[in-house]
Design a protein around this ligand. Structure first.
Ligand code: DX5
Ligand code: ZN
Length: 225
């Protein structure tokens, strides 16, 4: 994975057909997805439950781009090797998930993956100040995590602050939650390069109508500029 700040659309398969993940992943990639965003929820850190390492490992052969795994679980560290074995390219943990995010990032790197840190809406940009030399990605949540299809919470000022803090470091800024053609330009202008989108990509489409996924992604891309 080489680093650049070009715009990347990362559809969240949380909004895909859960009985058909392989075909859904192939469809979004064929329609131009840059990364595939995989939302892991544990029913404890967030009030919803999705899937774990065996399912993520089953997704892997279908992902030809980048498998971007967002852990909404606590604790994290005991599962890091399982997600490395599952084939995650990027593994993102929440800073709120435990007292030792620094150790978690070290362990993710030691397991051979890129390491991301996610911030809930209530967590300030400053919370990652001492992690910027070791993180590969900062995920700014623009909803309270747990569900797709929620209303965008404007975190534009936080994104701009992070962009300034990051400077020349090779650290992605990812936005997750409520991204659509209306909200995408706000966060892109503030300095984000990876836009996660679930409902706005999958709405109206299916594996039998994948061109709708393509049009939805194109609408976000065009609006974000
Ligand atoms: C929310 C997840 C998101 C979610 C985004 O907890 O982390 O990735 O799927 O869904 P939309 O784009 O529908 O807000
Ligand atoms: Zn996510």
């Amino acid at each position: 994975m080489s680093f650049d700040r070009s715009l990347k659309i990362a559809p969240s398969i949380l909004s895909a057909d859960f009985a058909n993940f392989g075909a859904e992943i192939r469809a979004i990639e064929a329609q131009g997805a840059d990364w595939v965003h995989v939302d892991v929820m544990d029913g404890h850190f967030v009030p919803n439950l999705t899937f774990g390492p065996p399912a993520v490992k089953a997704f892997r052969p279908h992902v030809k781009t980048v498998m971007d795994v967002h852990l909404m679980i606590s604790p994290v560290d005991a599962y890091i090797d399982a997600y490395a074995d599952a084939g995650a390219d990027i593994l993102t943990a929440h800073i709120e998930a435990g007292p030792h995010i620094h150790r978690t990032l070290q362990a993710i790197h030691a397991a051979g993956m890129k390491a991301g840190v996610a911030l809930n809406p209530g967590t300030p940009a400053e919370a990652v100040a001492d992690l910027l030399d070791m993180a590969d990605l900062i995920c700014v949540m623009t909803v309270n995590p747990g569900f797709g299809g929620q209303k965008f919470i404007d975190m534009t000022a936080k994104v701009a602050k992070l962009r300034a803090m990051i400077g020349d470091r090779a650290v992605h800024i990812e936005i997750d939650g409520g991204v659509d053609p209306v909200t995408a330009p706000l966060v892109r202008a503030a300095g984000a390069d990876v836009l996660v989108a679930g409902s706005a990509v999958f709405k109206g489409g299916s594996v039998d109508k994948p061109e709708v996924y393509g049009a939805n992604m194109q609408a976000i891309r065009a609006a974000a500029g």
